[in-house]
Design a protein around this ligand. Structure first.
Ligand SMILES: NC(=O)c1ccc[n+]([C@@H]2O[C@H](COP(=O)([O-])OP(=O)(O)OC[C@H]3O[C@@H](n4cnc5c(N)ncnc54)[C@H](O)[C@@H]3O)[C@@H](O)[C@H]2O)c1
Length: 396
């Protein structure tokens, strides 16, 4: 059976999900697209040979048109999820919804309640649960590999480039326009930790703030734009270095017809938001946060979000009554309490596999299957994703 799906917000995330559509035209058809950015909308129209009248600038125009579809992917900015999800539910469309679900916990609950009332499936894009490494971690812990879990220490290294692109200069730099950084960056980490340990959280403590990327920390003599700054060449946060010399994080700048990618990036660094001095942006989200969760059965979970490091990725230590399990992006190690290495599993090939080790496509596959009949639930229904959102919104 071939299901009909529309895509709302066709940026970085949805672009990845649409790769599944391209490779599986026998299973799913993209029937409409909603994207305010004309370049992206046109790229998507061409890629999927969509008629003009099924490419919409706004979700409202799409919903009003009453396009027949079984489901929608919502990959628009965080602030749009609430209204778009409620509208889709009202019209009986199943949803694959990007995380975070919405901008506050009450909105998340409202979406979940509306979906339950209408009998609509809402799957949340918690990609970590689909990754082979974390599936293995869960399998080992469930099988008692470290005995009873007593504590977890989880470190999330955001990395300086990602921090600058997303949370300092970029579109997640103000909580009111998106969500606090701990929510957007770590809600799927919290979910993964609850899923693996089964911990039922009774209290949440949090400390964190925006400490570094503030005007008072700008070096003396620096300018407000990197292209005009006399200190640029020595600065660790230079946009010129990041986008022009090293050429990283440039894939998501839409390139209009008649311009080259190099021209677009150059223009952005010269006059756009991404060329601003890292100490002179309008950012207000935390650049470091430490959250402690206490579970009813005594398990203590600490989560550190650290954005003042070049390191990127995750490192988790699960402590148990009989040993410990250490998971990094590339490796799982089991050690007993004598310190001996019991086993070591290499995930470096997965870590190098694009699309979160293929998990981004598995999320879509799961959703497409769920659309094929009431007997197929989504793997991560919104009801299950509420608890991680509750915790993250409490942490702030
Ligand atoms: N699951 C993950 O690992 C993960 C990773 C990054 C981001 N996200 C989340 O995914 C969502 C999309 O993030 P992204 O990185 O793809 O961002 P993006 O900016 O690349 O894409 C968002 C797209 O939505 C479009 N848009 C803006 N306003 C819109 C509106 N009113 N209606 C419809 N579309 C609109 C934008 O033009 C853009 O093309 C966000 O909620 C984000 O927090 C999830």
């Amino acid at each position: 059976m071939r299901v009909r799906v529309a895509a709302i917000g066709v940026g970085n995330r949805t672009g990845k999900y649409l790769q599944y559509f391209q490779s599986n035209p026998d299973k799913v058809e993209l029937v409409a697209v909603v994207e305010p950015n004309a370049v992206r909308r046109e790229n998507c129209r061409k890629q999927f040979s969509l008629p003009e009248e099924l490419c919409f600038e706004s979700a409202q125009a799409f919903f009003e048109k009453g396009v027949a579809c079984d489901g929608v992917i919502i990959g628009s900015p965080d602030r749009c999820h609430y209204a778009q999800a409620l509208e889709a539910i009202e019209r009986g469309m199943h949803i694959l919804l990007e995380k975070p679900i919405a901008q506050n916990y009450e909105q998340c609950r409202e979406i979940a309640d509306a979906a339950a009332r209408k009998g609509v499936k809402v799957g949340v894009c918690y990609v970590l649960r689909f990754m082979p490494l974390y599936r293995k971690v869960k399998e080992l812990i469930d099988a008692g590999a470290i005995g009873r879990v007593t504590g977890v220490s989880h470190q999330e290294y955001v990395g300086i480039d990602r921090m600058l692109h997303t949370y300092v200069r970029g579109f997640w730099n103000k909580a009111s326009a998106s969500t606090p950084s701990f929510i957007s960056k770590c809600c799927h980490d919290v979910d993964m930790l609850l899923w693996v340990t089964g911990a039922q959280i009774k209290s949440v403590q949090s400390a964190g703030s925006l400490e570094w990327y503030r005007p008072e920390n700008a070096p003396a003599g620096s300018a407000e734009r990197c292209t005009e700054c006399p200190l640029e060449e020595k600065c660790s946060y230079s946009a010129v270095d990041m986008y022009l010399r090293r050429g990283v994080w440039t894939n998501n700048f839409p390139v209009p017809a008649g311009k080259s990618k190099e021209e677009v990036v150059e223009e952005e660094v010269r006059s756009g938001r991404f060329g601003r001095c890292a100490f002179h942006c309008d950012n207000d989200v935390a650049d470091r946060q430490m959250v402690t969760l206490t579970a009813r059965d005594g398990i203590l979970i600490t989560i550190e979000m650290n954005a003042l490091t070049r390191r990127e990725g995750r490192r988790t230590v699960f402590s148990g009554s009989q040993g410990e399990l250490i998971a990094t992006d590339e490796l799982i190690e089991l050690r007993d309490h004598h310190g001996a290495l019991v086993s070591s599993l290499d995930f470096s090939k997965d870590a190098a596999t694009p699309l979160h080790a293929h998990a981004d496509l598995d999320i879509v596959e799961d959703f497409i299957q769920a659309l094929s009949g009431p007997e197929h639930p989504v793997a991560i229904p919104i009801g299950e994703a509420l608890e991680s959102h509750r915790i993250c919104f409490l942490a702030g």
